[in-house]
Design a protein. Structure first.
Length: 446
């Protein structure tokens, strides 16, 4: 988009929302949190007209708690330099969950003269550009599971959300349509807020866990836009839930005795003429893409399971695999092939936790599919033929980092600098998390 078009977007927004004084300029960091600055609307107009927009490069490297880790020469030996960002066209929207009128707009280093190699949005942009050069056009749809909790914690622990029919006991009808009705006020506003941001959020499902829901997005022919939707949805959902007296969390495994929350990603691949590449030649490309994803899955676990808690989700009894597997219409598989016609043939990648970074999850899936199409291997047997079929993957962060750090296909596909930075960020986060004595240790060993 040209400067004139960006300027028109800002001016149109100001005319439609004269009460908005500030706009949050936001971008996703490595752990999946938004960072940025709150700009007066007049200054945003100057940026849209061509004024330089810069933020510290190392904002991208923040740990899960917002601190900086020593990673190579970054953070503590580089002088904390600024890096240019650009406004993402079409993302200037009002938000409805703040107490005062406010706007927000995505920013990124991708597409600037000096993109940050390890910024998640730039990593996905790089993968998408490479696929586009080969005439491959992904169509993508995310599905996100999340929990609603009561706003107040009890002894630091989450409580299931109360509705007018609940007292001290959880009597919510799991998977039943009644639970949608009992939480319809907050759920409908969550969808409305997402739609106002341009997100094609649609189907709402009550999931199995207490206060657990899933919201689906429409299939999107722009892979970057699909990931933008997923990132922005998490932010808006948390905001709307707080407005209604709840906490919304995309934490992978908030309850040990209830299902975890996943990020399911549907991906199909088309050529420039609109033909589904996966459906050609009796679906051999589909099987090759599955084989590539399965081969690289153990080496991308720090992306799919992005924190200590996420590994608790695997091996549970409800639709969370403990080995890399695939199958037709099988929700026990990491990679499910939904029933569809040739036009809509796709994979559904079900392994990632809901709190994973959507840009990186999609990038890793696409690299796996790309690798499979290149090497053209047949996958292991599907679960439909052999319930024991599968490939082991790391089940803790340090093992996962070791498996990712030196994998040549992953380094080539996602970028060597990104892999180094990302693995060290996750390793440092894990060590920081373990650097505390918890009450259970005293109960067991004092």
């Amino acid at each position: 988009m040209t400067t004139d078009n960006l300027l028109d977007e800002v001016r149109t927004f100001r005319a439609a929302h004269p009460d908005v004084r500030y706009v949050d300029l936001i971008c996703l960091d490595i752990p999946g949190h938004f960072y940025g600055k709150r700009y007066p609307i007049e200054m945003l107009e100057k940026v849209a007209a061509g004024s330089l927009l810069k933020l510290p490069q190392n904002c991208v490297l923040l740990g899960a708690q917002g601190g900086l880790h020593p990673i190579g020469d970054y953070c503590f030996n580089d002088g904390d330099p600024d890096a240019p960002r650009r406004l993402i066209p079409g993302t200037l929207k009002p938000v409805r969950w703040e107490s005062q009128p406010l706007g927000q707009m995505l920013i990124s280093s991708d597409g600037t003269e000096s993109p940050i190699e390890f910024e998640p949005r730039e990593v996905l942009a790089w993968v998408l550009r490479r696929l586009a050069a080969r005439g491959i056009r992904p169509v993508v749809a995310f599905e996100l599971e999340f929990y609603l909790f009561d706003r107040a914690l009890k002894d630091g622990l989450p409580q299931f959300p109360r509705d007018p029919l609940c007292d001290d006991e959880d009597d919510q009808p799991n998977l039943h349509i009644e639970r949608l009705s009992r939480f319809s006020t907050v759920l409908h506003e969550i969808v409305d807020a997402a739609n106002e941001l341009g997100i094609d959020a649609n189907v709402i499902t009550a999931e199995i866990g207490p206060g657990q829901f899933e919201i689906n997005f429409g299939h999107c022919a722009d892979g970057m836009l699909a990931a933008d939707w997923a990132a922005l949805f998490c932010r808006s959902t948390r905001g709307v839930a707080l407005k209604h007296g709840h906490r919304a969390s995309f934490m992978s495994k908030p309850y040990l005795d209830a299902p975890g929350s996943g990020m399911h990603v549907h991906v199909s691949l088309y050529d420039d003429a609109g033909n589904n590449l996966l459906a050609a030649d009796e679906q051999r490309p589909l099987r090759h893409a599955v084989a590539g994803c399965l081969e690289l899955l153990p080496h991308c676990m720090p992306i799919f399971a992005a924190n200590h808690n996420a590994y608790r989700r695997y091996g549970s009894r409800v639709n969370a695999a403990s080995r890399a597997s695939w199958g037709y219409e099988d929700r026990d598989a990491c990679i499910r092939i939904p029933d569809s016609d040739a036009r809509n043939l796709r994979i559904e990648h079900r392994l990632a936790g809901a709190d994973a970074n959507p840009y990186l999850v999609l990038a890793a899936i696409l690299v796996g599919m790309e690798h499979g199409l290149e090497v053209q291997r047949e996958p292991i047997a599907p679960l439909n033929e052999n319930r024991q079929s599968g490939i082991d993957f790391p089940m803790d962060m340090l093992s996962a980092v070791a498996a990712m750090r030196d994998q040549p296909v992953v380094k080539r596909g996602l970028g060597e600098e990104f892999v180094m930075v990302y693995c060290e960020n996750k390793r440092q986060d894990h060590l920081a998390f373990m650097d505390a004595i918890h009450a259970r240790e005293y109960r067991w060993f004092l």
